[in-house]
Design a protein around this ligand. Structure first.
Ligand SMILES: [Ca+2]
Ligand SMILES: [Ca+2]
Length: 219
């Protein structure tokens, strides 16, 4: 119990660096396979996660060697689940792979070899060549904004860049289509996450180039 508390507090400090970890990790060569253990699977599954989907997920990261915890989304910032687009490099490669075909509500334990995690260099407090274990819980799966089809649909004025208003209108439409309309605060939270990760030059719009930074094959 005590160790968990210590681990979670530590997470507060390291989680800010998570996105830069991901960039570093994506350059590593794979040297093993991702192992998936399904801890819980809901009986009903309306939409399974696939590349390009927007996921809302809680995840805890542990070192395989001693089980110590190095990351937990529950204590990150306001402790809310993380939003990210699956399969485009916003999380480490092992999670991009290990979280495919997940149902909303599903829990998995995903063991990731260093080549698909933080590599030969590691990233403090993850040591070099570390196998890591993530326990993930998926809250929602929705069609994500990372396809060129979606870009075209979002870019209402066809100026090849996306404003917050354009992205928000699209997300609203997607959630309403799936019968789960949400309040404004919900969309604002997603928008903040999306723009923090995608609007590289922080000019308030996502250009076509920024949008495609992870996804050249779809251009
Ligand atoms: Ca536009
Ligand atoms: Ca921009």
């Amino acid at each position: 119990m005590m160790w968990r508390l210590v681990g979670c507090t530590l997470c507060l400090f390291v989680s800010l660096q998570l996105s830069s970890w991901c960039v570093l990790a994506s350059a590593a060569e794979p040297d093993g396979e991702v192992q998936i253990e399904v801890l819980f699977k809901p009986e009903e599954c309306t939409q399974k996660s696939k590349r390009g989907d927007l996921l809302n997920v809680h995840y805890d990261g542990f070192l395989a060697t001693d089980g110590s915890q190095f990351y937990c989304s529950r204590s990150d910032k306001a402790g809310h689940p993380q939003w990210f687009v699956l399969g485009v490099g916003q999380v480490i490669k092992g999670l991009d792979k290990g979280m495919e075909n997940m149902c909303p509500g599903e829990k998995r334990k995903i063991t990731v070899p260093p080549g698909l995690a933080f590599g030969a260099q590691g990233k403090d407090p993850v040591p070099p060549n570390a196998t890591v274990v993530f326990e993930v819980e998926v809250y929602s799966v929705s069609r994500g904004p990372r396809s060129m089809e979606a870009f075209g649909q979002m870019d209402l004025d066809s100026d090849r860049s996306l404003t917050k208003a354009e992205v928000k209108a699209y997300l609203k439409l997607e959630y309403e289509k799936s019968g789960k309309p949400r309040d404004d605060a919900f969309y604002e939270k997603i928008m903040a996450d999306i723009f923090r990760k995608s609007d590289r030059d922080t000019d308030g719009v996502i250009s076509a180039k920024e949008y495609n930074i992870y996804n050249h094959d779809e251009l």
